[in-house]
Design a protein around this ligand. Sequence first.
Ligand code: GDP
Ligand code: MG
Length: 441
Amino acid sequence: ALSERFESAWKSLRGQNKISAANVQEALREVRRALLEADANLQVVKDFVAEVSEKAQGAEVVSGVSPDQQFIKIVYDELVSVMGETNVPLKQVVPGPTVVLMAGLQGTGKTTATAKLALHLRKQERTALLVATDVYRPAAIDQLITLGKQIDVPVFDLGTDANPVEIALQGLEQARADGVDTVIIDTAGRLQIDQAMMGELAQIKDAVQPHEVLLVVDAMTGQEAANLTQTFHEQIGITGAILTKMDGDSRGGAALSVRQISGQPIKFIGVGEKVEALQPFYPERMASRILGMGDVLTLVEKAQEEVDLADAEKLQEKILSAKFDFNDFLKQTRLMKNMGSLAGIMKLIPGMGNKLSSDQLQQGEQQLKRCEAMISSMTLQERQNPELLSGSPSRRRRIARGAGYGEKDVGKLVSDFQRMRTMMQQMGQGNMGMPGMGGGF
Ligand code: GDP
Ligand code: MG
C-alpha cells in the first residue's frame, strides 16, 4: 500500500522538531512517487507537490504535533482541497425539466450511469426520462431500454435511423409534456476522441441547452483522464463528472485530475455494474483512498486533536498568569464546543476524565451555555474588566435583560468568575483544572 511508501518518507521527518526545506524534500519526493503510482497525471502531480511544498514550509509549528503528522495533514488537506472540499449534488432547476447530457468515451459506463442516475433521483422522489441517442450500435438502445425496465423509468428512443440531435430534442419535448423532473440524455462514444463524436455532442448540447454536462470517466484510465477531461472541457464544456469503476483496484488518481483541470467537480462515483452501484463523491473519502490507508485518517484526526489541544494549553497558560478575562472564558467555551462535548475535552485533561459523572458533565454544558449568553451581552470593556460589573447594578441589569436571565444570575456569574480566577491563580503550576467545572456558577 501507499502507506508503506509514505512510511519511509515520514521517517525523514519524524524525530525532527520542525518542518524545514531540508527535511521535507524526501517526503515530497515520496508524495510525488505515490501519486504517480496512483495514476495521477504528471503535470497535476507537479502542481500538487509544489503547493504542498509551499504550505509545508510555511506551516506554523504546532506544539504537540510531530512534523510527520503535520506534514501528512497538509498533504491530506491539499488533496481534499484539490478535489473540491464537499460533495456537489446534481443540479435541479425549477421549473423543470432539468436537462442532463452524458458525455464520454465508449465503454466508460455512460449508459449504465444514465440508469444509475435515474434510480438515484427516484430515491429523492424525482422523476426521470432517459433518452437514447446512441444510434450507431443497435445494442446500445436495447441496453438502455432494458435498464429502464429494470428500474421502472421510461426510455425515449426513435430507433437507429433517426438523427441523434432530433432524438434529443423530441425526448426533451416528451419530458416537458409529461412533466418529468429530469431528462438524462445518453450519447454515443468512440474508443478514442474524434471530431465526428465531438461535433455531434456539441450539436446535441446546442440543441437542448443542458443544465448539466457530465463527463463519464473510467477510473481505470488513470493518467489519460487528464487529457480526456481537458479535451471534453475545451470542446464541449462540462459541469461535472462521474468517475466509474471505482470498485476495481484503481486508486483514484484520476479523481485528482478532473477538478484540477476543468475546475468542475466529480459528483458521483460508480462502484459496480448494478444500477444501485452509484454513490455521491466525497473528496475526503477519496483523499484517504488515494493515500491508500485507513490509518491516515486516524493520524490526521490525531493531529487535529492535538492542534486543538495546543490552543487549550495556550489558554491555560493565560489562566495561570492571571490575565484571564471574560473574553478568554468565552474563547475557551467555544473551543470546547469545537472539540465536541465537554466530556471530550475533560478526557484530554490528565486526571479529569473520570472525576465527573455524566450528570455533572451535562449540567456543566448547560451552565456554559448560560454563561455564554450572559457574556455575549457584555460590552467589550466589561468583558476585559470583570470588576466593572461588581460595582454596578445597572450594568448587571442591562446584561441580564440582554441575555434573558435574572439580575441575580449575572451577579452570581461575576462573583463566581472572580472567585474562580483567584482560585486558579492560587493553584499555580500543579493542577491544571478547568474553571467553573466543579463548583459551578
Ligand atoms: P458506455 O459505452 O459508456 O455506455 O458504457 P456502458 O454503460 O455500456 O458500460 C460498459 C461496461 O462497463 C459494462 O459492462 C458495464 O457493466 C461496466 N460498468 C459501468 N460502470 C461500472 C462500474 O462502476 N463498475 C464496474 N465494475 N463496471 C461498470
Ligand atoms: Mg452506451
